[in-house]
Design a protein around this ligand. Structure first.
Ligand SMILES: [Zn+2]
Length: 186
């Protein structure tokens, strides 16, 4: 059965799972809490590990000029229009994953795409949302950002399956459109 890291929420498996007294963590978090593998954690509690994590983790790289949000879309995205940077927020409530915010300059963004399961265009999704008789279910909605250096980032908007006739879907689609509009301005 798949397990998740009790610190960051990443999936852990046979090769990257490390046990402490009352939980499991991934290799990345293990490296951070153990000060680059300098200590073992089997006798430590998750509470202790989390305190170590906060103590040891590198501060976020804000880039030159820092980061001062001038535009915000829900708990998903911040822009610093002055220093021209994007911040993707950690939306833990939604994704259940405790990932850290990601900051990058406008210039790193190459393209972006709305991802749905099954894949529909924004227009098709809007038509579905407007159709009271539509009986389609979407397995999640997100926006994928393609960055320089072959990096991708994903903004999860709807993490699980929803009917297109639901309020949750209409609201999620509205937020997705706002984010797409915001990214298009960059
Ligand atoms: Zn982890």
């Amino acid at each position: 059965m798949a397990q998740n890291c009790d610190i960051c929420g990443a999936e852990v498996g046979f090769l990257n799972k490390f046990r402490c007294q009352d939980g499991v963590i991934c290799k990345k978090c293990y490296e951070i809490v153990s000060n680059h593998f300098a200590t073992t954690i089997t006798q430590m509690t998750l509470g202790e590990l989390k305190r170590n994590y906060v103590k040891n983790v590198q501060p976020l790289d804000m880039g030159e000029g820092g980061f001062q949000a001038t535009r915000k879309i829900g708990s998903f995205l911040l822009l610093d229009e002055k220093t021209q940077k994007v911040c993707i927020l950690n939306n833990q409530k939604l994704t259940g994953r405790n990932t850290r915010p990601v900051i990058f300059p406008y210039s790193a963004l190459k393209s972006f795409q709305l991802i749905s399961q099954p894949q529909f265009s924004v227009e098709q999704l809007s038509a579905l949302a407007a159709d009271k008789t539509a009986d389609t279910t979407i397995q999640g909605l997100s926006i994928r950002l393609y960055l320089t250096g072959n990096r991708t980032e994903e903004i999860t908007i709807i993490p699980s399956s929803v009917r297109v006739s639901s309020f949750a879907f209409r609201r999620g689609l509205q937020i997705a459109k706002e984010i797409l509009g915001c990214l298009a301005d960059i």
